[in-house]
Design a protein around this ligand. Structure first.
Ligand SMILES: Nc1ncnc2c1ncn2[C@@H]1O[C@H](COP(=O)(O)OP(=O)(O)OP(=O)(O)O)[C@@H](O)[C@H]1O
Ligand SMILES: [Mg+2]
Length: 453
């Protein structure tokens, strides 16, 4: 859709000159010969940017600017001034104009300023749309801390809501930073035990003997330092859920004891004889490949089958890149609030980089990256310079290398791949840019075996 620019000046030659210049740049130009006419056009037509003279009959440029700033605060206004009115122009900038030009207007600079303003208001609009989508997603999900609308995440959340109300043990696997703990939280929150305790144990953080007494408790005097009896985490979790994080790290003795809890729902404190029964739902997580650990003799197979009644595998971020825009937006909103900043979105370059990068540290890495960008940024959008260098470099090339000797088909394939990457995988957009229909694009993707990941 063509963007509309309203040019307002009482001198006919300036109006028509600027209108022609803007049309040559691909915009639709509207003109008005005084502020009054301009104001009624702004209220009637969809105007994306206003270029206005200051001294005009009926309604002055200053007054027009004032009205626009209060009714359409996002609409960019550029001021034109004759000689000797620079002070007024400075005043106008304070009133919210984005730039000013003295006549005769430097058309090259004007085009540049217009292009930048339009593209930043496009970015803003896109960001607003994504923010709305995040809100809608949160309203729809019963568990709103997990952001994601990719097929893989929707399927995962479906399974989560299905198994949460049961008592089945759940094993959550996935790379570091994919959100395993968040899924565990969701399982507890969505279960009938949500009012009961939710006890988390980071198994890797404790030595073998400490872990055993941490989980099952100990009697007074059972080992040096056990001056009092102590209730273990399983007892504390009675009536609720226990989350054993990094379950792949637990030692052989604790594995045996854990197996017994799963089989008989009973255990003894360290150094104790009395059997204790608890009603606890067990959720575990690991980023290890447990079947491999079983082969190596590090993990008991029988325990594995007991824990793995329901298996939830959280996919890495690179396999669900369509979640990135929502995650970016939601983290930006969050860190804006936390840091009292008002960043309005991401520059196109920054967006391309974030979408192209592979995210080995998954969502945790993305989250940290946005947090530091919000803190570091000096402009009103996140720029590629605000990202860590290795992520900023990840942008897809915006040019295609064509060499003589290449077939036409090969050239077409390269162009399609790069365009798709430039459009962040959005096929409708890519088809538009390429000037072909969506169906044609689909056919070509198949024909050239271009992966639709
Ligand atoms: N889908 C998501 N939506 C919003 N935030 C998420 C999502 N997934 C993960 N996060 C955030 O990313 C960070 C890492 O998530 P989490 O701690 O659950 O990962 P993990 O898989 O347990 O990682 P590790 O294996 O390193 O323990 C957390 O701050 C979490 O809130
Ligand atoms: Mg974790």
């Amino acid at each position: 859709m063509k963007r509309s620019i309203l040019i307002c000046d009482d001198e006919k030659n300036i109006r028509s000159g600027l209108a022609m210049a803007m049309e040559l740049e691909g915009y639709q130009a509207l003109t008005a010969e005084d502020g009054q006419i301009a104001w009624s056009l702004i209220n009637k037509e969809s105007v994306d940017l206003v270029i206005t003279d200051l001294r005009m009959p009926n309604l002055s440029g200053e007054e027009l600017l004032k009205r626009i700033s209060s009714a359409y605060p996002r609409m960019p206004v550029i001021i034109l001034t004759g000689h000797g009115t620079i002070e007024t122009a400075v005043e106008a900038m304070r009133g919210g104009a984005i730039d000013f030009f003295t006549k005769p207007v430097d058309l090259d600079r004007l085009s540049l300023v217009v292009r930048k303003a339009i593209s930043s208001s496009d970015l803003y609009a896109e960001h607003e749309k994504l923010k709305l989508e995040v809100e809608q997603l949160k309203a729809r999900n019963r568990y709103d801390r997990i952001i994601g609308k990719s097929q893989k995440m929707v399927a995962l959340m479906d399974t989560v809501s299905q198994v949460a109300p049961t008592k089945a043990s759940v094993l959550i696997t996935g790379e570091s930073g994919v959100g395993k703990e968040l899924v565990a939280d969701a399982i507890h929150e969505l279960s009938t035990r949500s009012k009961g305790p939710f006890v988390k144990v980071h198994c890797a953080a404790l030595t073998a003997s400490l872990l055993e007494s941490e989980l099952f408790g100990h009697e007074k005097g059972s080992f040096t330092g056990a001056v009092k009896e102590k209730r273990g985490r399983f007892e504390l979790a009675d009536g609720g859920t226990i989350f054993l994080d990094e379950i792949g790290e637990i030692d052989a003795t604790t594995q045996v004891k854990l197996l017994r809890v799963l089989q008989e729902r009973q255990f003894e404190r360290v150094g104790g004889e009395k059997s204790i029964s608890v009603d606890v739902r067990i959720v575990c997580a690991t980023n290890r490949d447990l079947p491999k650990e079983i082969e190596k003799g590090n993990f008991r197979e029988d325990l594995y089958y007991r824990l793995n009644v329901v298996h939830l595998d959280v996919p890495p971020l690179r396999e669900r890149k369509d979640d990135i825009p929502l995650l970016m937006t939601s983290f930006l909103t969050q860190f804006n609030e936390e840091n009292n900043r008002k960043l309005e979105g991401f520059s196109n370059q920054a967006k391309r980089a974030l979408l192209s990068y592979d995210w080995p540290g998954n969502i945790r890495e993305l989250r940290n990256c946005i947090e530091s960008a919000v803190v570091l940024s000096r402009s009103d959008v996140v720029e590629v310079e605000d990202l860590p260098i290795h992520i900023g470099k990840a942008q897809n090339p915006s040019t295609v290398a064509l060499e003589v000797g290449m077939t036409l088909a090969e050239a077409e394939k390269q162009l399609i791949i790069s365009t798709l990457a430039g459009c962040a995988g959005n096929k409708t957009k890519a088809a538009q840019v390429l000037g072909i229909g969506r169906k044609t694009l689909h056919r070509k993707l198949q024909e050239y075996h271009i992966d639709e990941a």
